[in-house]
Write a protein that binds this ligand. Structure first.
Ligand code: ZN
Ligand code: ZN
Length: 426
């Protein structure tokens, strides 16, 4: 096990936003989207002074970290008080908030006044995530988990780490050649935040809740997504499975690992991608509820038709941020209460995007740009697979080795697997 809290080693972190939200359905008004992911933030989300983080933290033993008690939460107090989503009570319950960060993940978990964030969404949601945490009353985080270093998980984490003290960051042990990864490493170093590369099977306490690392078995997968840190979060009799963008290969490792993965709530891996949530894996997890965290206009087709059919056939309740916004689940240790009814809408991502476009309500109809065919210049990030207008500030940040210029149509880029930047809206 490797623990590095200083600047001497590789620093990695991603996907760690677990949050509880009672007032998160309403998005904060200001999203500066410019400097929130750096040390300076124009919108004020990074305005707080340096955290009082300790240096060179050591790997916590299960049950000795942020836990206030070693007792299992079999009979949390106040269970019978959980009748509304607006209660300000924090004792005797765990709250899990799936923030609506468009195409990405950001999950805030609160238990006994302690906080865990798993992932932070993409750059344009960074200030939203910070303001959401402030609204929740977060003043410091006990854990931040970066599931992996893709921007739709990592960007918001950098903003959060600049805004709040954090006791410990858990991240996968690999290196990414992106600007946002560098920013992540910088904030870890500057704020001297203890960084841990957790191992499968490690457990951590969050008050009366506990989470166990269920994947990956090693940080050497060629696909970054498969290096995603996954956790099974347990509170009393209730459990949540949150595994970033893990794909089928890692899912199979989990399935046969001997670790418990059966869970009441399953955050669909990789935003409901068809290359995750295999039939076998879904059967093993056997969830009562499945959450899809995806953007309504995403160009990946997330969630996939197969996964949606899988969920429908399983009989699990469906919740989806692309259609329902931020979702909150409160556990009293035996019963989980949601802030909204399950979705009955099993459309896949392509169908949602197409319907939005034809209804004229889409934020950006995919085929209706009216551009002059063949004659637009775009700046590509060949690593993140995003494209920008030449004037976009994000385009300036692209590392030279990843940067390319393209002349052609928007649709050609989308067909080639590129995503339009949400900031410059090319
Ligand atoms: Zn992702
Ligand atoms: Zn990813």
């Amino acid at each position: 096990m490797t623990v590095r809290g200083d600047s001497g080693g590789r620093l990695c972190l991603e996907e760690a936003v677990t949050g509880m939200g009672r007032n998160l359905r309403k998005r904060a008004g200001i999203i500066c989207g410019v400097l929130c992911v750096t040390a300076l933030c124009l919108c004020g989300c990074g305005e707080q002074g340096p955290p009082e983080a300790t240096v060179g933290g050591t790997m916590p033993e299960a049950g000795e970290d942020a836990g206030r008690t070693s007792e299992a939460a079999e009979e949390p107090s106040g269970a019978d008080e959980i009748t509304t989503q607006d209660s300000e009570e924090t004792g005797g319950r765990m709250e899990v908030t799936f923030l609506d960060v468009g195409q990405g993940n950001a999950v805030l978990v609160e238990c006994d006044g302690l906080y865990l964030l798993v992932d932070g969404g993409d750059r344009e949601y960074s200030s939203f995530v910070v303001s959401s945490l402030k609204q929740e009353g977060v003043t410091e985080l006990d854990y931040v988990i970066a599931s992996h270093y893709d921007a739709d998980h990592l960007s918001g984490i950098v903003g959060v780490l600049n805004a709040f003290p954090c006791d410990q960051v858990l991240a996968p042990e690999y290196v990414a050649d992106t600007k946002i990864y560098q920013s992540f490493c910088d904030v870890i170093t500057e704020r001297e935040i203890p960084l841990v590369y957790p191992m499968m099977g490690d457990s951590y306490r969050l008050g009366d809740a506990e989470f166990t690392i269920v994947c990956p078995d090693a940080y050497d997968y060629t696909e970054d997504n498969d290096n995603s840190i996954g956790i099974r979060l347990v509170y009393g009799e209730n459990s949540f499975l949150i595994c970033g963008d893990a794909g089928e290969e890692v899912e199979e490792v989990m399935r046969i690992s001997g670790l418990a993965i059966e869970s009441d709530v399953y955050l669909a891996n990789h935003h409901g991608s068809g290359t995750s949530s295999s039939e076998k894996f879904m059967r093993a997890v056997d969830p009562d509820a499945v959450v899809i965290s995806a953007g309504a206009d995403n160009s990946y087709g997330h969630p996939s038709a197969r996964v949606m059919e899988e969920i429908r056939a399983s009989g699990a309740a469906l919740y989806r941020t692309d259609l329902q916004g931020t979702l909150t689940a409160v556990s009293d240790g035996s019963v989980i209460t949601w802030n909204t009814d399950p979705s009955q809408d099993y459309r896949d991502g392509d169908a949602v995007a197409a319907d939005m476009a034809s209804a004229g309500s889409g934020e950006r109809p995919a085929d209706a740009s009216g551009e002059a065919p063949g004659e637009n210049v775009y700046i590509l990030n060949q690593n993140s697979r995003k494209f920008h207008l030449p004037s976009c500030g994000s385009a300036e940040d692209i590392l030279p080795e990843n940067r390319a210029e393209f002349t052609g149509t928007r649709q050609e880029l989308i067909d080639a697997g590129y995503d339009p930047c949400k900031r410059c809206d090319p």
